[in-house]
Write a protein that binds this ligand. Structure first.
Ligand SMILES: Cc1ncc(COP(=O)(O)O)c(C=O)c1O
Length: 408
C-alpha cells in the first residue's frame, strides 16, 4: 500500500494548489464514494416511484414491492450500526448532527426551571439551538467550564460533576469538541451524570471515523453524529442513536406519515421526499476506510501526525502545548505565536483570511483563552510538509503584523 501523504490526493477531488488542513469542518468526499453515490442516483431515476416508495423504506406493509427484502435505508443503517457498535434498530439517519440533537431536545419534556447542561466548548450552533429550545419551555441552559488549556481526563470529569444541580435534566456532551478538538472522556462523564439521574445526549459530530466509537458501551441515552466529516460519507449524512427506553416519544424535527405508526424508525425513515443518496452511499465511505485505507492505519497516521505537528509547532512558536496525547484524535488545536496579535475574534478572522488568501492554506483560526489557536485537521492526504508550509506562512504573517505595528 502507498504510504499516506500527498500521493493519496489522487483519491480526492481537492484542488492541487494550496493546502487543505480543514477536513473536520465539512469533510471531503473521496472520488470512489462520489461514484457510488452517482450510481445510486442513477438507480433511483430508472424508476423513482418504485425506488422511493417501495424499496427505500416502507410507510406500511402494503407498499412493499418484495416483502421479504429489507428496505434499502435499513440495510444501510445496519452497516453503519455495525461500524458504530450498536444495534440497527437503535439507529436512524438524519441530515446532520445538528438535526439529530434538535430532534432529541425538542422531544424532551422540559419544564420551566429545568436545566440543559453543556460545556463552554460546545459547538456554537448546538449551543444556540439548546438555548432556543430551553427558552421555549421556560427552561435554561447552564454552561460548565472545561479545564483548558491545562486539561486532563480527571479534571474534565470533575468539571461536569461539579456543575450538576438538582434542576439539571440533560447533559449535552461533546465526544470531540469543535474548536479545541479535545477528545473528552465520555464514558466517565456519562457515568457521573447517570449516577445523578441525568440523561446524556452526545454531540458526536467529529467522532465517527476519527476515533473508535462503540455507542452501546458508552452508557449514554442518545448519540448524534456526522458521517460526512470523518467517515467519508457524502454530505449531508448524520445519524442518531437512542437507547431502547428513549425511543418512544422521540420525534424527528419534521413530522410526517410515520407519526401515527408508533414506531420511531418509520418516523425518522420518512420525513418527506428528499435525496436519500448520501445515506445510502454512507457504507461506501466505511468501505473506503476499511478496505482501501485500513481503518487502524488511517487513524494511527492521522493521530501521530497531528500530535507531532502540535508539539513541534508549539515549540517553534514559543507556546506551551498542554493537551494530553490521549485527548486528541485526528484534529488538534495549537496556540499561535503571540506576535500575531490579540486573541480576539477579529484578529482570528484576519489571520485565517491571510492564510487562505495570501498563502493558499485552508485552516480554522480561533480565539480562546485570550490566545489565537489554529485547528489542524490531519487526513491521509496531508503530510509533514503541509505543516512546514503552515509554519512558514505564520512566520510571514507575524512579520507583516510586526512591521504594521511599528509603522502605526
Ligand atoms: C462539535 C460539533 N457539533 C456539531 C456540529 C455541526 O455539524 P453539522 O453542521 O453537520 O450539523 C459541528 C460542526 O463542525 C461540530 O464541530
Amino acid at each position: 500500500m502507498t504510504a499516506f501523504g500527498h500521493a493519496w490526493l489522487d483519491e480526492f477531488p481537492l484542488e492541487r494548489h494550496g493546502i487543505y488542513l480543514n477536513h473536520g469542518t465539512v469533510g471531503v468526499t473521496p472520488l470512489a464514494v462520489t461514484r457510488a453515490r452517482a450510481a445510486i442516483l442513477e438507480a433511483i431515476e430508472r424508476h423513482p416511484a418504485r425506488y422511493m416508495l417501495r424499496e427505500l423504506m416502507r410507510l406500511d406493509a402494503s407498499t412493499a414491492a418484495k416483502p421479504a427484502d429489507r428496505p434499502r435505508l435499513r440495510e444501510a443503517a445496519t452497516k453503519i450500526a455495525t461500524f458504530l457498535g450498536c444495534a440497527a434498530d437503535g439507529l436512524v439517519f438524519v441530515d446532520n448532527a445538528t438535526s439529530g440533537i434538535c430532534a432529541v431536545l425538542r422531544s424532551l419534556p422540559l419544564a420551566p426551571g429545568d436545566e440543559i447542561l453543556l460545556p463552554d466548548h460546545a459547538y456554537g450552533g448546538v449551543a444556540r439551538a439548546a438555548a432556543f429550545i430551553a427558552r421555549e419551555r421556560g427552561a435554561t441552559v447552564s454552561t460548565f467550564v472545561l479545564p483548558f488549556p491545562d486539561c486532563t481526563p480527571e479534571r474534565v470529569v470533575a468539571s461536569v460533576a461539579a456543575a450538576i444541580t438538582p434542576r439539571t435534566r440533560v447533559a449535552l456532551l461533546d465526544h470531540v469538541t469543535s474548536e479545541s478538538a479535545l477528545v473528552l472522556p465520555l464514558a466517565a462523564m456519562a457515568a457521573v451524570c447517570r449516577a445523578r439521574g441525568i440523561a446524556v445526549l452526545v454531540d458526536g459530530a467529529h467522532a465517527p471515523g476519527a476515533i473508535p466509537v462503540d455507542i452501546e458501551a458508552l452508557g449514554v441515552d442518545w448519540y448524534a453524529a456526522n458521517l460526512h466529516k470523518w467517515a467519508f460519507a457524502p454530505r449531508a449524512c448524520g445519524v442518531l442513536w437512542a437507547a431502547p427506553e428513549r425511543r418512544a416519544g422521540l420525534h424527528p424535527t419534521v413530522i410526517s406519515w410515520g407519526v401515527t405508526n408508533d414506531d420511531w424508525l418509520s418516523e425518522f425513515d420518512w420525513t418527506g421526499t428528499r435525496d436519500p443518496s448520501p445515506w445510502l452511499a454512507a457504507p461506501a465511505g466505511i468501505a473506503f476506510m476499511e478496505e482501501r485505507l485500513g481503518l487502524e492505519a488511517m487513524r494511527a497516521y492521522n493521530h501521530e501526525l497531528a500530535w507531532r505537528s502540535a508539539t513541534s509547532l508549539a515549540q517553534r512558536w514559543g507556546r506551551a502545548f498542554e493537551t494530553p496525547k490521549t485527548m486528541i484524535g485526528c484534529m488538534v488545536s495549537v496556540p499561535l505565536p503571540e506576535r500575531l496579535g490579540p486573541g480576539d475574534a477579529a484578529n482570528a478572522q484576519r489571520v485565517r483570511d491571510a492564510l487562505l488568501f495570501e498563502h493558499g492554506i485552508e485552516v480554522p483560526v480561533l480565539a480562546r483563552a485570550e490566545m489565537l489557536w489554529v485547528r489542524l485537521s490531519i487526513q491521509v492526504y496531508n503530510e509533514a510538509s503541509d505543516i512546514e508550509r503552515l509554519a512558514e506562512a505564520v512566520d510571514a504573517i507575524g512579520l507583516s503584523h510586526a512591521s504594521r505595528d511599528r509603522s502605526a
